[in-house]
Design a binder for this molecule. Structure first.
Ligand SMILES: Cc1cc2nc3c(=O)[nH]c(=O)nc-3n(C[C@H](O)[C@H](O)[C@H](O)COP(=O)(O)O)c2cc1C
Length: 181
């Protein structure tokens, strides 16, 4: 990942703490990583964690200090990943909604996009969620299926975010296919 520029979007799922491991791994491999969090994500993991791991400010607000944060972030990135991806961000991305910084960056970015959904088994099984997943796949998004296992709500079944190692491997596979910078 040496010299690659990535945006990592973090949304409001408990698995957000695992994304710290993914971000650390990406930084250690030589990538420049900019993290964008939703407001819900900041309730679960502090932006300081990602700032410390990346050495960069974390984007949360569309109307922050930068003039066009969504464009500036999107223009310099080679790859984008959303992990965990909530049911909400899947729906917004499938419809093209842009009502916060992360969803606006998603619309502004035209490179390879990876999403790693995580949610309760019943949420994952909802026809609406599966429709959104199918739409995103049809739009060219690389969806990393959630794994089966213990969920933070106490249930067992499909819904756990794929491991940071799995997501990292998918990202390095996509990065290898990109032209040199
Ligand atoms: C403790 C807690 C854990 C949550 N975990 C998830 C989750 O894993 N997946 C999910 O889709 N929503 C989860 N939610 C609900 C989302 O946070 C909620 O739908 C929120 O509006 C998502 O906003 P965002 O997509 O902008 O981050 C959780 C909520 C709470 C309070």
């Amino acid at each position: 990942m040496n010299g690659r520029e990535l945006i990592v979007g973090v949304t409001g799922g408990i698995a957000a703490y695992k994304t710290a491991v993914l971000v650390s791994r990406l930084v250690q491999s030589g990538a420049g990583v900019s993290v964008v969090m939703t407001r819900a994500a900041t309730r679960l993991v502090g932006p300081k964690t990602f700032e410390a791991l990346t050495g960069r400010p974390v984007g949360v607000k569309t109307f922050g200090p930068l003039p066009h944060p969504h464009i500036e972030l999107a223009d310099k990135a080679d790859l984008m990943c959303v992990a965990p991806a909530t049911a909400n961000i899947l729906a917004k991305a499938a419809c093209g909604l842009a009502d916060d910084l992360l969803s606006t960056v998603l619309l502004s970015f035209d490179g390879p996009l990876v999403m790693a959904p995580a949610m309760n088994t019943k949420m994952w099984a909802k026809p609406s969620v599966q429709r959104n997943v199918a739409q995103l796949r049809a739009d060219g998004v690389t969806l990393i299926e959630p794994e089966e296992g213990y969920l933070s709500c106490g249930a067992r079944g499909p819904g756990r975010m794929a491991s940071p190692e799995t997501i990292y491997d998918v990202l390095t596979g996509l990065a290898a296919k990109l032209p040199d910078r």
